[in-house]
Design a protein around this ligand. Structure first.
Ligand code: ATP
Ligand code: MG
Length: 181
């Protein structure tokens, strides 16, 4: 997939979470829950780093601050590559200027619509170390936190998860899970 809206390009699948309706459930609430279930997953497969960057670019149109997004996936899965596209989509940085924050921990990219913080917790081992980063202070109304390896800390609150999985030499399955905090 080279471009286009995320919803056009991605296959919609449910993640198996149950959606319990209150009983009796007014029709308006039932409709609302059906249209906005507690968690939904969109999945797509990209076939090159460039496609993942393009996917990130289109995804940006669908992300509104304030937001914390966990980027899950093994080493080399493509998390930083996806951030390159998101940063371009926000006109916050060119793809080639987005580099891995593995050693610097946090990179900031300011765009007209949002400030992005690209965070990598791979080298953070303890809650105390995590606290010293002060991530909660970064979550201003116009900010989006894109967090690699955030799943190391289950207590880290987040709004969405994007999982990248290597399914071939250059193929990556990208799943986006949206849930309520
Ligand atoms: N479809 C694809 N999507 C993304 N990256 C791809 C794809 N195909 C090949 N690649 C390559 O895989 C690598 C992904 O590296 P990247 O730094 O984005 O991974 P990462 O998940 O951030 O890893 P780390 O956990 O080490 O930070 C890059 O070298 C990229 O060129
Ligand atoms: Mg990375």
């Amino acid at each position: 997939m080279a471009s286009g809206s995320v919803k056009d390009a991605a296959a919609l699948i449910t993640d198996g979470h149950s959606c319990a309706l209150p009983a009796p459930c007014p029709p308006a609430i039932a409709l609302c829950l059906i249209l906005n279930p507690p968690a939904m997953t969109y999945a797509t497969i990209t076939h090159s780093a460039e496609e993942t960057i393009a996917f990130g670019r289109s995804l940006a149109a669908d992300l509104s601050p304030p937001l914390v997004v966990l980027l899950r996936g093994d080493l080399g899965a493509g998390k930083t590559t996806l951030v390159k596209g998101i940063a371009e989509g926000f006109e916050a940085a060119r793809a080639e200027d987005v580099t891995s924050p593995t050693f610097t921990l946090i990179h900031e990219y300011r765009g007209p619509r949002a400030t992005l913080y690209h965070i990598d917790l791979y080298r953070i081992d303890t809650l105390r170390e995590l606290e010293t980063l002060g991530l909660e202070d970064l979550l201003a109304p116009n900010c989006i936190l894109l967090v690699e390896w955030g799943d190391k800390f289950p207590r880290l609150q987040h709004d969405q998860e994007i999982t990248l999985e290597r399914v071939g030499e250059n193929e990556r399955k990208i799943q986006r899970i949206m849930s309520f905090r």
